[in-house]
Design a protein around this ligand. Structure first.
Ligand code: FAD
Ligand code: SF4
Length: 463
């Protein structure tokens, strides 16, 4: 094996002390020089095992080869054969546990920076503008419920195959978690807007402010002439801790907090009409991507002390490594092995503290992670003004409750055929977090793509 440069070309980032006080993007992106240099680290393996780690099977070796050759147009078209959201995935995918974890270079050195290269290629493609055009060849049209990554990708794939598609979105703007959850400093909304415009240029119609199951029953969609339905409604219902004091003023779910800041543009207050009051000391409970986004957002809104409170250790946290590293650089405090017992408040009903106890790690539990065990006598109160709960979400039951024939499992997730995404209801397919529970953007996108092909097959055989 030829020995190549051992280290990944680092991603240029903005200085922590500056970026932690604004909402500008943290990562600045590779230059052409960085990208070609990094692409040349790829060994062009005969058996590119990196692809095995990619849920949508991007031809990684081939697109990187085009970058090394300086042909960015060819690199973009290779990427797009497998991933319709490359600028987004290049920013938010957990590559360290996917393609980069498998990369052969990683056996001796640092893996090739596949994610950074994906982002670079997609960003350069965006500069060239939108060339997509509609291609309607089938008379059937399909309704998609939810404009998150699963719904958008399903819609895009159906439009590419020549079907009419309408996406119904409950919020006032498309994107799902990409818009209301992931903050501007990780995923600028201009990038999402560009991807949505490409879909619209392909003929996808997007209708916002329609909650299917409330303002429009699912079965009505068939009466309206849609031949099939894809459900990509995500898992946006927050879970709470179930401890005393959670009803105090100043306690909120991370979803509510991030939605106020991102979707409702709370970070531009008073330009936007969404005040977000968090005080000086903020505790975020949890250690996944959502918790990391919430705590870093709190810093940017002016918190002087922003703390992650997590009952396990950093080894068990589920947040991406990059987000954790960036949070440390920005001054986030990490209170590992600490479990909340009660939210403490004043006589006016406002939060003043979080009573916690210290934990130690025991044997693995059902999730395979070490079980946290309380340490007697370790109770203490962390003084805080705001508590943000980021311990997970589940699918919203609205659609299932108002639609006959949609089977769910004990977690409230839709039961589907793993390959096709077909639910228990004829011609209704589903994918993304609504089926798996909270997962990742690329898994949701992959499910949307698979379902689009299954829908096309079902419509072709019914014709
Ligand atoms: P969603 O993105 O949740 O979209 C569902 C859409 O359906 C929403 O727009 C919702 O408004 C709409 N909807 C719901 N019900 C209805 C209805 N009845 N009628 C009409 N519309 C409806 N993953 C990563 O890979 N990397 C990350 O860095 C990352 N960070 C994250 C940060 C946060 C804060 C959160 C919350 C999640 C993060 N994830 C990350 C997870 C990832 O975003 C999700 O797995 C992904 O968005 C799921 O896509 P989806 O299409 O299934 O659902
Ligand atoms: Fe290149 Fe790594 Fe994939 Fe091999 S495994 S083709 S070195 S990216």
């Amino acid at each position: 094996m030829p020995v190549k440069r051992a280290d990944k070309t680092p991603m240029p980032v903005r200085a922590p002390e500056i970026r932690a006080r604004d909402f500008g993007e943290v990562n600045e992106g590779y230059t052409l020089e960085h990208a070609v240099f990094e692409a040349e680290r790829c060994l062009r393996c005969q058996d590119p095992v990196c692809v095995e780690g990619c849920p949508v099977k991007i031809p990684i070796r081939e697109f990187i080869h085009e970058v090394a050759a300086g042909d960015l147009v060819a690199a973009a078209s290779v990427l797009r054969t497998a991933n319709p959201l490359p600028a987004i995935c290049g920013r938010v995918c957990p590559q360290e546990t996917q393609c980069e974890e498998r990369c052969v270079m990683g056996q001796r050195f640092r893996p090739v920076a596949i994610g950074h290269l994906e982002r670079f290629v997609a960003d350069r493609e965006r500069e060239r503008g939108i060339t997509a055009t509609p291609r309607r060849v089938h008379r059937e049209k399909v309704a998609v419920i939810g404009a998150g990554p699963s719904g958008l990708v399903c819609a895009g794939e159906l439009a590419r195959m020549g079907y009419g598609v309408t996406v119904y979105e409950g919020l006032h703007a498309p994107g799902g978690v990409l818009r209301y959850g992931i903050p501007e400093f990780r995923l600028p909304k201009a990038i999402l807007d560009h991807e949505v415009r490409i879909l619209q240029a392909m003929g996808v119609e997007i209708v916002c402010d329609v909650i299917v199951g409330r303002t429009l029953p699912l079965d009505r969609l068939f009466d309206m002439g849609y031949a099939a339905v894809f459900v990509g409604t995500g898992a946006g219902l927050p879970q709470f801790l179930g401890i005393p004091g959670e009803d105090l003023n100043g306690v909120m779910s991370a979803n509510e907090f991030l939605t106020r800041v991102n979707l409702m543009k709370g970070y531009t207050f008073p330009d936007a009409d969404t005040p977000v009051k968090i005080g000086k000391r903020v505790a975020v409970v949890g250690a996944g991507n959502t918790a990391m986004d919430a705590v870093r957002t709190a810093l940017r809104l002016g918190a002087e002390e922003a703390t992650i409170v997590y009952r396990r250790s950093d080894k068990e946290m589920t947040a991406r490594v990059e987000e954790h590293e960036h949070a440390i650089q920005e001054g986030v405090v990490f209170d590992w092995l600490t479990s909340p017992l009660e939210v403490v408040g004043d006589e006016k009903g406002w939060v003043t503290g979080l009573r916690c106890q210290k934990m130690r790690l025991g044997e693995p539990d059902a999730s395979g992670r070490a079980r946290p065990v309380p340490i007697p006598g370790s109770e203490h109160v962390i003084p805080v003004d705001t508590v943000i709960v980021a311990i997970g979400t589940s699918p919203n039951p609205l659609l299932v409750r108002t639609t006959k024939g949609l089977e769910t499992n004990k977690h409230g997730c839709l039961v589907t055929n793993e390959e096709s995404g077909l639910t228990s209801k004829p011609l209704v397919f589903a994918g993304g977090d609504a089926v798996t529970g909270t997962a990742t953007v690329i898994l949701a996108a992959g499910a949307g793509k698979r379902a689009a092909h299954a829908i096309a097959e079902a419509l072709a055989s019914a014709a």
